[in-house]
Design a protein around this ligand. Sequence first.
Ligand code: HXC
Length: 257
Amino acid sequence: MKLVKVTPHYKPGISLVQLNRPKELNALNSKVMQSLRDHLTSLDQDPKVKVIILTGNEQAFAAGADIKEMSDKGAIEMLKIDQFKTWDQIRKIQKPIIAAVSGFALGGGCELAMTCDMIIASESAKFGQPEIKIGVMPGAGGTQRLTRAVGKVRAMELVLTGKFISADEALQFGLVNKVVPVESCLHEAVKLATAIAKMPSVAVRLAKESINQAFETHLDEGLQFERKNFYLLFASKDQKEGMRAFIDKRDPDFEGD
Ligand code: HXC
């Protein structure tokens, strides 16, 4: 059975990637993460793909890193395995990734959803960083991304108690873009992906890169970074086409160049 199922051309410009370890609630063992990294990397290089949707199943997006795989490891062994290299490679995917989350998104599963660029959650979704309950703490960016997404006091409560939050709370906290019924979760993600896929792809890529830069630098550096990408877009054909179309009062015909 494939641990990660991929439909590269699910809809025009949109790929669907599905975590597929249902019996283990999509627990993220190293094989799943490596396969996910390989598929995302190859979709990132496919010029026909504009947006990627990452999903799980109704029970779970992912219930975390695989506890059974990690439980007996020592610190140096963990360091040598260097699983976070795979996570770093996923973080560097240039195309927008939308997480369509139903069921559990816990620990590494919540961190994986937050590594994506946007999250559509179904009403059944449960988010949390329960690592504290098994004697560890978030390791794939949870303390950083969750804090940035929901603020310090909420992140503290979630990480230090390990409690789960509902999709509605996640929406109220600013962790997800939208909450929808379970049966329309994928459809909503496709709607969002379709809107993005229609946009000029160079501008999408540089805008994603610039927004992510906001988390990595001080404001002054971030503004410089944004400015350079803004200027760079004036070298693209789609900038000329987009602005010309506006002036001509017609729809733009973007070519992705
Ligand atoms: C390995 C897991 C798993 C996990 C679930 N399973 N989560 N296996 N790693 N993270 C397995 C169970 O062992 C069980 O298999 C099967 O999936 C179904 O799970 P149940 O517990 O029987 O289901 P349920 O009673 O509905 O409870 C669901 C649950 C619970 C609340 C999600 O499974 C749970 O608490 N899971 C662990 C959540 C967690 O602590 N995540 C953080 C992990 S650490 P068997 O074969 O036993 O029946 C982490 C670090 C990230 O993520 C940093 C590094 C990347």
